[in-house]
Design a protein around this ligand. Structure first.
Ligand code: ADP
Ligand code: ASP
Ligand code: MG
Length: 404
């Protein structure tokens, strides 16, 4: 008997009809003789709506209370879906993270899973029940509810698949797989039959929201057999795995991220330890920085620029300003009308000229590059936000245009 983890995203459980559709997929998997462990997201735009409600009451609400609020969306989904399965005469139980024992760090709104207790879920599976678990949420050592970051239900699913050594982890969503870029931006993007963990991790980290990046990280670490499939059409999706036979193209895809900003700390002393102090302070405030550039200014001062999630800008500026006397900089500037566009592909390690081809596409589209940042299998450029969609189209066309 196999254990299959199935995760359904917000659009897949949007309304009563979609919940019934999800219940049917789960029921079919169960009736085929599998044990089924299900993770659900909040319905449709519930999480965004809850954020809006909070804004109306207190735009500076604490992250703890935000987690109390946002975690409710997933609880609604699991209860409703359990009711649909009950209505079909199937044995089912829905569980919140605190009932399961999904332990996380205490970093509200961006908590990491530290441990999953097996006992409760195992007991229910042993009773032949379908188990529905609320995604996105966890519980910290004080018993407080935490959330894993936007899109985090994918990570709940993979973590459960790893903890229970599931035979397969299926991520059901509103697209039928991972494409060479967001099919909503480029309608003739191509579906990938398979993609490596490393490439998927880069794509997800660079803004392809089809999978939460930490879910891919976990899948790679624990060798979880993972696939992205449609909840609306029953057809093969995209397998995410260790090795993929990439014969034709050396680029797996193009991603864009418009949720970032750039901060420049201007007029720092050109001494050893300055970069350490800046990023140590930001790290202690749980702020993840991405691309970093240091440039030498006039009179042996230096500037340090870095990109970070737009949501963290206020906090980052506060941390820097509060430590101005220690860091001794002149001023801080913030640029938030920027975007990052990236190409990702394991093949670029062995193929020269890939970056040049990307830059040529941007040049032809008359798009100016502000910053460039690379990894072994990725090239990212920072550009004006207003050019982001045009850049994705131009770069995608350059690498994938003319293919069948
Ligand atoms: P869910 O609610 O199921 O978690 P998401 O909205 O988080 O779904 O992710 C699915 C969306 O990701 C798709 O609707 C699509 O617009 C977007 N997307 C971005 N990049 C890609 C890509 N490379 N391949 C497929 N979908 C992508
Ligand atoms: N409901 C959460 C969100 O909208 C988690 C998820 O969908 O994965 O971010
Ligand atoms: Mg998602």
């Amino acid at each position: 008997m196999k254990l299959i983890v199935q995760k359904f995203g917000g659009s897949s459980v949007r309304d009563a009809q979609r919940i019934r559709n999800v219940a049917e997929i789960i029921a079919d998997t169960y009736k085929a003789g599998n044990k089924v462990l299900v993770v659900l997201s909040a319905q449709g735009d519930t999480t965004d709506d809850l954020i809006e409600k909070a804004q109306e009451i207190n735009p500076r609400a604490s992250k703890r209370e935000m987690d109390m609020l946002l975690s409710t969306g997933e609880q609604i989904s699991i209860a409703l879906c359990a009711m649909a399965l009950e209505g079909m005469g199937l044995p089912v139980v829905s569980l919140c993270a605190w009932q399961v024992g999904i332990h996380t760090t205490a970093v509200h709104s961006d908590a990491r899973i530290t441990k999953i207790e097996a006992e409760r879920i195992q007991r229910e599976l042993d009773k032949n029940k379908i188990v529905l678990v609320a995604g996105f949420q966890g519980v910290d050592r004080n018993g407080d509810v935490t959330t894993l970051g936007r899109g985090g239900s994918d990570t709940s699913a993979v973590a459960l698949a790893a903890a229970f050594r599931a035979d397969l982890c299926q991520i059901f969503t509103d697209v039928d797989g991972v494409y060479t870029t967001d099919p909503r931006i480029v309608p003739d993007a191509k579906k990938l039959p398979a993609i490596t963990y490393d490439e998927m991790l880069e794509l997800a980290s660079q803004g392809a929201q089809v999978l939460h990046n930490r879910s891919v990280e976990l899948a790679k670490k624990y060798h979880v057999d993972m696939e992205v499939v449609s909840s609306l059409e029953r057809k093969p999706g995209t397998k995410v795995k260790e090795v993929v036979n990439m014969e034709k193209t050396n680029i797996a895809g193009v991603a864009k991220d418009t949720s970032i900003a750039r901060i420049a700390v201007v007029g720092l002393a050109h001494n050893p330890g300055v970069a350490f102090r800046v990023f140590d302070l930001l790290g202690k405030a749980h702020i993840n920085v991405d691309a970093i550039i240091q440039s030498i200014g006039r009179e042996s001062s230096k500037d340090i620029s870095f990109t970070l999630p737009r949501a963290d800008v206020e906090e980052a500026v506060k941390v820097l300003e509060n430590n101005k006397s220690v860091l001794r900089f002149d001023h801080v500037t913030v640029e938030d009308k920027i975007a990052k566009v990236s190409i990702v592909g394991a093949g670029m390690m062995t193929t020269p000229g890939v970056a040049a081809k990307m830059f040529e596409a941007l040049y032809d589209a008359n798009i100016n590059i502000q910053m460039i940042n690379t990894s072994e299998i990725r090239v990212s450029v920072l550009i004006d936000e207003e050019n982001a969609t045009a850049a994705v189209r131009a770069v995608h066309e350059k690498f994938f245009g003319g293919e069948d």
